[in-house]
Design a protein around this ligand. Structure first.
Ligand code: PCA
Length: 327
């Protein structure tokens, strides 16, 4: 018994030596798996931070929803049970119409426009996050969203009664406007949704189609370029404030680099994934003019409803976006 305090004392000092005083550890939870370019980018961000801070801050990325479910990530970071998280931004659209802005059909359908839209929406989104004690670090777009079916999609009337998997509320509304039946499903649940017959079709990107092996259950991809939705990576503000100034700066620098790299990775992954779909026998094509016109009409209804619902803040956001576009 008399040896115990000595042993404890030795163990404690050994630990102190192993982890330099004040070194911080963050857990970062993301619903997306290691095959996703988003996760690979976030992993690279964590490595950059470790290197730049010489181990003062270690970020452990928990991918594929292994730590907590998608819906629980933001509440957990807010509470501080997890220090940082990555989520699909538009899943927050029930909290504010501002979070719908990157899922409005026709508003921003190219990377250039999607980036301008992000720059225009960043101040408002930063404020909304700050109200909850959260700080955005970076956001990265997915490739444009298109439509996967197990038949050739030539006509919008083919949506009638079609059960379509959707990853967020606006995609569900869009499907409803086309007389389809939307089902909200997480990316990871796509294979089960198809194999159990819960869905017949899905709206997502070529990247998700590729990582979820879309060829196992669909034959056609219509590259409708509906919108480019984003993932956002964020941290609990208190956890950030707790870091010394040099470490804070290293996080911000690595975040800026992750945003730049992530948008590039998105483009590259879009091209590679489209080729992968084709090489597995999925027919990739652009919608015909008539189909496109019908999709646009369904999109316009959605946009008008959003404008009516969203009010002044949204109007200011759209104005700031249009200004950037014209520069
Ligand atoms: N993939 C994710 C979000 C958008 C995308 O392209 C999904 O479908 O769940």
């Amino acid at each position: 018994m008399r040896h115990l305090p000595l042993i404890c004392g030795l163990t404690a000092s050994a630990l102190t030596l192993a982890t330099s005083a004040g070194a911080a550890q963050w857990n970062l939870a993301t619903p997306y798996g290691d095959a996703s370019f988003h996760t690979q980018n976030t992993q690279a961000f964590a490595e950059d931070v470790a290197e730049a801070t010489d181990g003062e801050l270690t970020i452990n990325v928990h991918s594929g929803g292994s730590l907590i479910s998608h819906a629980e990530i933001k509440p957990s970071v807010r509470r501080g049970t997890v220090q940082a998280g990555e989520i699909f931004l538009s899943t927050l659209s029930n909290e504010s119409p501002i979070y719908e802005v990157d899922t409005l059909p026709g508003l921003a359908t190219s990377y250039e426009d999607a980036f301008d839209l992000w720059q225009a929406s960043k101040p408002i989104i930063t404020e909304l996050f700050a109200d909850e004690g959260l700080m955005p670090l970076y956001a990265v777009a997915w490739p444009a969203q298109g439509i996967y079916t197990d038949f050739e999609l030539t006509d919008a009337s083919q949506f009638e009664g079609l059960r379509v998997r959707a990853p967020n509320i606006n995609t569900q509304r869009f499907v409803e406007n086309l007389d389809g039946i939307p089902t909200q499903t997480e990316e990871a649940d796509i294979p089960t949704a198809f194999s159990t017959g819960r869905v017949d079709a899905m709206i997502t990107s070529v990247s998700t189609g590729n990582s979820m092996a879309a060829w196992d259950y669909v034959s056609h991809y219509s590259d409708a370029k509906l919108w480019l939705p984003k993932n956002i990576v964020f941290v609990n503000q208190r956890e950030f404030d707790r870091l010394d100034e040099a470490t804070q700066q290293a996080v911000l620098d690595a975040a800026a680099e992750a945003e730049r790299r992530g948008w590039e990775m998105s483009r590259e992954d879009g091209t590679e994934s489209s080729e992968a779909l084709e090489s597995h026998g999925v027919s990739v094509s652009e919608p015909s003019e008539t189909l496109q016109a019908d999709l646009n009409a369904a999109g316009d209804t959605l946009f008008e409803a959003w404008q009516a619902r969203a009010g002044d803040q949204a109007e200011a956001l759209i104005e700031s976006y249009r200004e950037r576009q014209s520069q």
